[in-house]
Ligand binder design. Sequence first.
Ligand SMILES: Cc1ncc(COP(=O)(O)O)c(C=O)c1O
Length: 368
Amino acid sequence: MRRLVSKDIENLLPYVAGKPVEEVEKEYGIKDVIKLASNENPLGPSPKAVEAIIRTLSKLNRYPDANTCRLKDLLSQRLKVHKESIVFGNGSNEIFELLVRTFMVPGDEAIIAHPTFLLYQKIVNSAGCHVVKVPLKNMTHDLLAMSQRITPKTKFIFINNPNNPTGTIVLKKDFEQFLKYVPENVIIILDEAYFEFVQHTDYPDGKEYINSKPHVVSVRTFSKAYGLAGLRIGYGLMNPELANYVNRLRQPFNVNLLAQVGAEAALEDEEFFRKTRETIWEGLKFLYGELDEMDFKYIPSQTNFLLIDVKRDGRQVSQDLLKSGIIVRSLKEHGLDNYIRVSVGLPQENKRFIKAFRSYESLWENGS
Ligand SMILES: Cc1ncc(COP(=O)(O)O)c(C=O)c1O
């Protein structure tokens, strides 16, 4: 019988999203559930973005600007990047998909870390291409090992910097060393979704490379620091020649009208941006202190989430926390069986997480 789908599609697993708050509330018969599972902005959306969106609602009969010109002007000035280097997408996820569809042909390879953001593999495999997984070293990308896996079939190297789910970064000096080993026909995609949360001073800023190293692409999002995950808008910064090819595939209205005006306003919302970083950085400090006191190990994070070694099955721990109305992420599918990933929340949410964690800890210690 003729196959309905290709083998590559057959082998894909559906994305397992974090449980929505409403579903957990219904299932466990509880109220006040908090979600610390998807690395969203705990403060909500940028208020300026919300105002701009409300003002624009009456224009929804119109198609959006196919080239996202106003936002492109604004971002180009802000980042000091040529307009021709910016491509917007329906979330940064769409940028990864567009890059793969534009530059990879069936049989090509992409080198990725393991564990890293799961979407890269899905997108690469669905294009009939293969991923070469290189294990992390000390929980961060092993750039030397990744460069050693380059073959004539390699088209992309994905570097998630900072990496989800570990929260670690590759340092600027290591990245610049790595660049010397990567030929110019291999495109390096720096996924910088958590760029705005990085506190480390030796962090490479992807946009600084796109002109001198035209095979480096930086991909960013409005979903995290700007609080606009539900709107779906992200962007790629790349050499104009690459951007020109990607734009040939891109659907003209891929970034909807509300996302365009929301992102413009969010970029100007300096107060919200400042408060967001402060909330995350303070939240991380609080969590570190509490976990140190309980003697749990964690990976110091450059993001808005924290990877915690819970010393037992992370799935069981996340199930227990669900009963207390706290949604966190277990990492079995990443091969990190004894870990959970917790997004930094508001101060009261972080406290609730720690309180529940402490109460279960004594039960776990007693083997129940
Ligand atoms: C590493 C990484 N890249 C990209 C994204 C997706 O971002 P967007 O909402 O812009 O599609 C996420 C979302 O969680 C992420 O963790």
